[in-house]
Design a protein around this ligand. Structure first.
Ligand code: HEC
Ligand code: HEC
Length: 343
């Protein structure tokens, strides 16, 4: 607190105190009525005559009542009218702050030299307290093989995670997150972050699952991801593939695969077996998917396998499976399945 603030607080306390003290002194030095001096209780003192009670006194009380009714009548609508606006602006502010915190949570916390002064520490306090380093895996251009693309740095890309303790690197392709809402609804995103993905490099972050992040932090990082432009756009599929059939089936299937499936299954459906780089998802590498019959294959794409992290793509998946926000048409599913069976 600087001196100005101290003065202000002192004034705010001292001035009313002095005023009250003054009033008290004035009142106690006034000459008192004899009845009070004798200690006669109110109810026992002689009452005022009717002319006085029903005359100017009554009028004064009625005027006072009228004025207070008017004051309340004016105050209530004045308070009530801007109330929804006030609430909306609070909501907006809370959301903005949540996104700001989310960005700090996603980032790698800054390194601070041991002999840094208090001011340097203070400037980085929030980033230090919040930073969980999701960007180490999900951000671009961090590891040796990271792609240096600023558009991808907005939360996604390929990177190598190096354990600071052991120095060991893992070539797991962490999926981009600036478009994760094109694949998943918030529920899956939330439980993925809370529980991680066992058997992959994605650790559990929720406190309930042994991680370092509170529910609030998970909400914040999700709010930040949702604010990224890619997460507000629909995935792009060429227009001439809206209803692919005949000769276009496999070629459109390839385009749909690139747009909707490659992020998890690898650009050629190679799954987890591509020269040491692991993609997300079960191995769908060349030809392997043919262990499914065609109708099993189609059903898998339509309904997904939600709890094995394969999204559903049908406009009306089986009961109990949430409808995806960006489904594929029947014909598009045919096409992508036809394409996958050529791999
Ligand atoms: C050690 C590397 C690593 C770190 C750190 C990491 N992740 Fe992940 N994350 C992964 C990998 C690898 C996957 C893909 C797992 C799989 O194969 O299903 C993944 C998957 C995800 C997914 C699901 C994406 C999808 O398309 O299904 C989300 C969401 C996610 N991570 C969020 C986060 C958040 C938020 C943080 C920081 C709090 C974080 N991750 C930190 C490696 C990491
Ligand atoms: C968010 C990541 C993700 C996306 C996007 C995705 N998949 Fe998958 N997919 C998976 C995972 C993970 C599995 C493995 C599920 C399991 O273990 O049963 C899988 C499994 C499959 C299987 C079953 C493979 C088998 O051998 O049983 C098929 C077929 C498939 N995906 C097709 C597709 C198609 C087609 C698309 C695009 C329209 C697609 N996937 C998009 C993650 C994804």
């Amino acid at each position: 607190m600087d001196t100005g603030q101290v003065l202000l607080v002192a004034l705010a306390v001292l001035v009313p105190a002095a005023l009250l003290w003054g009033i008290f002194l004035m009142r106690s030095s006034r000459t008192r009525k004899p009845s009070i001096m004798l200690g006669i209780p109110h109810a026992m003192r002689p009452a005022q005559p009717d002319e006085r009670l029903e005359g100017p006194r009554l009028e004064r009380i009625m005027i006072f009542g009228l004025i207070s009714t008017l004051a309340v009548a004016i105050f209530i609508p004045m308070y009530w009218l801007p109330e929804s606006q006030r609430q909306a602006s609070f909501t907006e502010r809370f959301e903005e702050e949540s996104v700001e915190r989310g960005a700090l949570i996603f980032a790698v916390p800054p390194e601070i030299p041991e002999d840094a002064d208090a001011a340097a520490f203070r400037a980085n306090e929030r980033a230090l307290a919040l930073g969980q380093g999701c960007a180490q895996c999900h951000g671009a251009s961090t590891g040796e093989s990271g792609v240096d693309d600023p558009a991808q740095a907005a939360g996604g890309g390929q990177s190598v995670f190096t354990d600071p303790e052991t120095g060991k690197s893992v070539n797991y392709q962490a999926p981009p997150l600036q478009n994760v809402f094109q694949r998943w609804d918030e529920e899956v995103i939330e439980f993925t972050i809370e529980r991680g993905r066992p058997g992959t490099d994605m650790p559990a972050w929720g406190v309930e699952y042994g991680g370092p992040m509170t529910e609030q932090m998970i909400d914040d990082v999700i709010a930040w991801m949702a604010s990224l432009p890619g997460n507000q756009e629909a995935p792009q599929i060429p227009e001439d593939c809206a209803n692919p059939k005949g000769d276009a089936l496999v070629s459109c299937g390839g385009k749909i695969f690139d747009a909707r499936c490659a992020v998890c299954h690898g650009p050629e459906g190679q799954g987890k077996e591509d020269k040491g780089i692991w993609y997300q998802g079960l191995a769908l590498w060349k030809g392997d998917v043919k262990h499914l019959t065609k109708s099993q294959h189609i059903t898998t794409v339509k309904n997904g396998r939600r709890f094995a992290f394969m999204p559903a793509f049908d406009e009306a998946p089986a009961q109990g499976i949430p409808v995806p926000q960006y489904p594929l048409t029947e014909a598009q599913i045919e096409a992508v399945v036809a394409y996958e069976r050529t791999l």
